[in-house]
Design a protein. Structure first.
Length: 187
């Protein structure tokens, strides 16, 4: 199975990155083909709401999103991860999500299929305030992104008491929690 992992944190070795790297290791061990993208190092311009995608297929902004659209189409499963920033995903990940407008328009305005095969999606949310509101807000945005990608949002792995990587559970405990979550997803 082709799995695309999207790290929305600006810090590749921060808490979210460490959690997602564990997901990558476990999924690779289970025989999946995993591609890991660090969103913050890619060139993703914000959506300008020019609405060109309402009249033609694709986005008129030529940056890293052009190749990411193809990766989305090729993936069987996507894991979207973010730290919580002011009760939602990071700015880097939000720019990516906003650019999914081109896929939403393909489906809803141009009446074309985004993809030929089913796509399943899960989220990873890392926060420090223990806030269920932060979690709910972030998951709501993940679900909207899943809809734009013609994917089915399945579940969320959350750690809501993590200020920095030292607050993460012991590596063995963390990996066990991730393994359990991965099994629950049928991966």
């Amino acid at each position: 199975m082709k799995v695309l992992i999207l790290n929305g944190s600006s810090r590749s070795e921060g808490s979210t990155g460490r959690v997602l790297r564990n997901f990558s290791e476990i999924l690779t061990e289970r025989g999946h083909q995993v591609e890991y993208l660090q969103i913050s190092v890619l060139k993703i311009s914000p959506c300008t709401e020019c609405l060109a995608c309402y009249d033609r297929e694709g986005c008129v902004i030529f940056d890293s999103m052009i190749s990411i659209y193809e990766k989305i189409r090729e993936s069987d499963f996507i894991i979207i991860g973010t730290p919580v920033f002011f009760s939602g995903p990071s700015a880097q990940l939000k720019a990516f999500i906003d650019r999914l407008q081109a896929l939403w328009a393909l489906k809803n305005k141009l009446r074309k299929k985004v993809r030929e095969k089913p796509l399943r999606i899960a989220g990873v949310v890392v926060g420090s305030r223990g806030s269920q509101i932060d979690l709910r807000n972030t998951v709501s945005i993940f679900k909207a992104a899943s809809n734009a990608m013609e994917g089915e949002y399945l579940d969320t792995f959350s750690l809501l008491e993590v200020e920095d990587p030292s607050d993460l559970p012991d590596r063995h405990i963390l990996k066990e929690k991730i393994r359990h979550f991965v099994e629950k997803l049928g991966l």
